[in-house]
Write a protein that binds this ligand. Structure first.
Ligand SMILES: [Zn+2]
Ligand SMILES: [Zn+2]
Length: 116
């Protein structure tokens, strides 16, 4: 599985396309809040888990994507408007953030009343 396209849309979401034919949007907010770096997600060192500091979601530029660059052939690294840029987003992580109906389990027009 490989990301083949990563394109910012006029509505502010990112369209991700994959080499297996899958494609779906992800919002910048979701992307940024999923940043896997130690500063955002905490880390485990010698069996001690260090919790991350609380997210400051009001920081200016936090949800502004400034740049995206490839890391080898397995991940992307983003630089954000608040200067943050440590997180390495692997293809697996990016794929798990896909917000298309089949990934989120929300089918458009589904009533939810059809389970037996
Ligand atoms: Zn981070
Ligand atoms: Zn999807």
């Amino acid at each position: 599985m490989r990301l083949t396209q990563f394109k910012q849309q006029p509505d502010g979401t990112i369209l991700m396309s994959w080499d297996d034919g899958h494609a779906g949007p992800v919002s910048l907010r979701r992307l940024r809040d999923a940043c896997p770096c130690a500063g955002c997600m905490g880390e485990t060192v010698l069996l001690r888990t260090y919790a991350p500091p609380p997210k400051d979601t009001s920081a200016p530029g936090r949800y502004e994507l400034k740049a995206a660059s490839a890391v080898g052939s397995y991940a992307l690294q983003f630089r954000w408007g608040d200067g943050h840029g440590e997180g390495i987003f692997t293809w697996e992580l990016l794929r798990s953030l896909c917000e298309c109906p089949s990934c989120t389990g929300v089918m458009p027009g589904a009533t939810g009343g059809e389970k037996r």
